[in-house]
Design a protein around this ligand. Structure first.
Ligand code: SF4
Ligand code: SF4
Length: 507
């Protein structure tokens, strides 16, 4: 039998009594974690996923499609660009559907695969575990004891410099998702005085990244992020989790000569605890701090390999399968993939094939939302007209007694073709002060004009006017604007002035 991995006097052993959370005591003092890295099968798989995600994060702002950024949260221009589609705040229904699609997808994934987002795809986990911590291990080495010698000063300074460089890169990439790669490059190579807002944002983001990845770290998941706290309602007993097989592992204890089969297979080596970046002991059951990073699976599999015991004492499974010892094969609908099952569960268990309601209801809702989103998007007019507030919206009465009201609108072109638009008012209104409006592709143009109407068209000081927008590509759009006018009719004669007042008093 091979020797067990050495057990250092690690600061990452189970938190002592009196801890508020694994990284903070009741007095609010920080408990620093220095997780021991175990490079097993799951670590390698997560590494591949992390590389792909980091590449997507860094490259996407530089990609374009149909002369637009591929994805951009363009806050200055108040638009969301998404694979050739531009959504503006006025696309309320589409934005609401998109938000619902994102939430239901997250709920569905969580119901099936547990906290797969936290452990595999969340930028916090990806950058902390695959960029910042590796840099720290490379420059400072692994801290195996609370009493270990302090690293050389030059190593600490080099690490700080590396953190600043990576944080600056992350900050630039983050800003590029909002302003686009070209404006960002222009701002980067110009004096900060020419782009004070961009420069301030860059500095603030860099400091935020340094704080997050250099100091705050795993506390973001356990203190700030609300997703972990939602687990109790999003998970059920058959969701995929990382868990400890207590039926097989207990009673735990050190291996001693002659202990025979009186003990479980957990040798209480604590390697699963020392490797945990959340600072918890998976053997105490499912905990809110567990981000399902799989490090404890790799750690325990390493121990089991050393002891020549079956792998999977800690493994992917469901709470139901851990409690009953029954295997659960189809995680996506009814169980867990075969490779995640332990030999014990294959020998003892029966398959659980019953469908769970939530893994059927969520995809049905999701399908409905995606269909609705597609239909609304397809039916969307290529043009949009939005009435804007105008600073001096006062109407005037001209010599002929007509009411002249200024109107300000925004015309949006939702297509990739330049459009020349003409705005017409309904037959009861005259529109003056505007010629053709040229609206470039995917742009919006604000314009002002005056509407002239007879005073008797106003009720309680306002009226609606139907506008029709026609463009050079034969698209048309009907829209309504509300304009202000007189509260009562001017007293031309006694008979005329009484009629509308009587109308207004009618409920
Ligand atoms: S569960 Fe595995 S890694 Fe954890 S203490 Fe037991 S044997 Fe060691
Ligand atoms: S308990 Fe295991 S899966 Fe959960 S955070 Fe710790 S190491 Fe990762």
């Amino acid at each position: 039998m091979n020797a067990l991995p050495q057990q250092p006097d690690s600061p990452a052993l189970p938190p002592p009594e009196g801890m508020l959370i694994p990284t903070m005591d009741v007095a609010g003092r920080r408990r620093w974690l220095s997780p021991h890295l175990v490079k097993g099968m799951w670590w390698k798989r997560r590494g591949i996923v992390a590389c792909v995600l980091i590449a997507i994060y860094a490259i996407t702002p530089f990609l374009s499609y149909r002369n637009l950024p591929l994805v951009q949260f363009d806050i200055p221009a108040r638009r969301l660009v998404f694979f050739g589609t531009v959504l503006r705040p006025t696309d309320t229904l589409l934005l609401a559907l998109l938000t619902l699609i994102a939430f239901v997808t997250l709920f569905w994934l969580t119901a099936m695969l547990g906290r797969v987002w936290c452990g595999w795809a969340c930028p916090q986990t990806v950058y902390l575990e695959f960029v910042f911590r590796p840099l720290q291990r490379w420059l400072l080495g692994e801290r195996k004891s609370a009493h270990a010698a302090k690293p050389a000063a030059w190593r600490v300074v080099t690490l700080a410099a590396a953190y600043i460089v990576v944080s600056a890169h992350l900050s630039n990439t983050f800003v590029a998702w909002f302003v686009g790669a070209k404006p960002l490059a222009h701002a980067m190579f110009s004096p900060p005085s020419q782009h004070p807002v961009a420069f301030t944002t860059f500095v603030a983001m860099t400091l935020a990244m340094l704080f997050l990845f250099g100091y705050f770290r795993e506390q973001l998941c356990s203190i700030v992020c609300p997703y972990g706290r939602l687990q109790s309602v999003l998970l059920d007993r058959r969701s995929l989790i990382v868990g400890y097989d207590a039926l097989r592992g207990e009673p735990r204890g050190k291996l001693t000569a002659g202990c025979g089969t009186s003990k479980g297979q957990c040798v209480d080596c604590n390697l699963c605890v020392r490797t945990c970046p959340a600072g918890i002991d998976i053997r105490k059951g499912l905990q809110m701090e567990c981000v399902h990073c799989t490090q404890c699976i790799d750690a325990c599999d390493k121990v089991m390999t050393t002891l020549n015991l079956p792998l999977g004492l800690i493994r992917y499974g469901s709470q139901a399968s851990f409690e009953t010892g029954k295997q659960q094969r189809r995680a996506l609908l009814v169980g867990v993939p075969r490779f995640t099952e332990s030999q014990a569960s294959f020998e003892t268990g029966k398959q659980q094939r019953r469908l769970r309601p939530r893994v059927v209801i969520y995809p049905i809702i999701l399908l409905g939302l995606i269909t609705a989103f597609g239909l609304v998007l397809a039916a969307r007019s290529p043009l949009a007209l939005t009435q804007l507030r105008i600073q001096d919206e006062r109407f005037t009465t001209d010599d002929a007694g007509s009411i002249r009201t200024p109107v300000r609108v925004r015309l949006d072109n939702r297509t990739d073709t330049l459009r020349v638009c003409e705005i017409r008012a309904d037959a009861s209104t005259t529109l003056v002060g505007i010629a053709a409006v040229i609206v470039p592709a995917f742009e919006g143009i604000e314009t002002e004009f005056t509407l002239i109407s007879a005073p008797e068209h106003f009720t309680r000081g306002r009226r609606s006017v139907a506008l029709r927008v026609i463009d050079n590509l034969d698209s048309s759009l009907e829209a309504t604007v509300t304009i202000l006018g007189p509260m009562t009719l001017p007293p031309l004669n006694t008979q005329d002035s009484e009629e509308p007042q009587q109308k207004e008093s009618t409920p």
